[in-house]
Design a protein around this ligand. Structure first.
Ligand code: NAG
Length: 165
């Protein structure tokens, strides 16, 4: 009898605790991003100087009011910048890394743009265009040997985005 009482108390406790809402699995917060690889038959020093110049030309403090890129930091091998939307509601971190290619004296560049806020799985190519607009405005998309390698898993919106620089 006593065991029965204990058992029912135990069951009541279990049932009672199940009244606490059981967490429903929620998709992990997602930061939309685009990661891409660019190849150039041009030395990294030249490629990085061109990209840096374009970010600075797009710095609202320096002149272009409607181009919201800001330089964050540079090292010999990388550039960090950010981009904000005109309404100021969205911001993305940009990291561009430069690696010389041994065989052709060219440059292999990895570029990533990541939304700082949590976003849906669709960013309308925002992160891709952050990177591509910088490159096309600087003229590097028509430089010798230019090649872009990414896909829609590494770069949200790739193949769908129409970037207007
Ligand atoms: C972007 O970078 C600039 C320069 O470092 C900084 O002042 C600004 O707060 C950054 N913006 C965001 C949204 O992180």
């Amino acid at each position: 009898m006593r065991t029965l009482l204990l058992a029912s108390a135990f069951i009541a406790a279990l049932v009672g605790s199940s009244a606490i809402p059981v967490p429903v699995p929620v998709p992990a917060p997602y930061h939309a991003f685009c990661r891409t690889l660019w190849l150039f038959a041009t030395p990294c020093a030249e490629v990085s100087a061109t990209i840096l110049g374009q970010i600075q030309a797009y710095d609202p403090l320096i002149g272009c009011e409607n181009c919201q890129y800001a330089l964050v930091s540079t090292t010999a091998r990388s550039i960090k910048a950010n981009h904000t939307s005109p309404d100021g509601l969205q911001a993305e971190d940009i990291t561009i890394t430069f690696n010389p290619t041994v065989m052709t004296a060219g440059c292999r560049v990895t570029a990533q743009s990541t939304s700082l806020g949590f976003t849906s799985l669709l960013d309308n190519g925002l992160n891709y265009c952050n990177l591509y607009n910088l490159l096309s405005a600087s003229g590097l998309t028509s430089s010798p040997g230019f090649m872009e390698m990414t896909n829609e898993w590494a770069c949200l919106g790739y193949g769908l985005a129409t970037c207007k620089a």
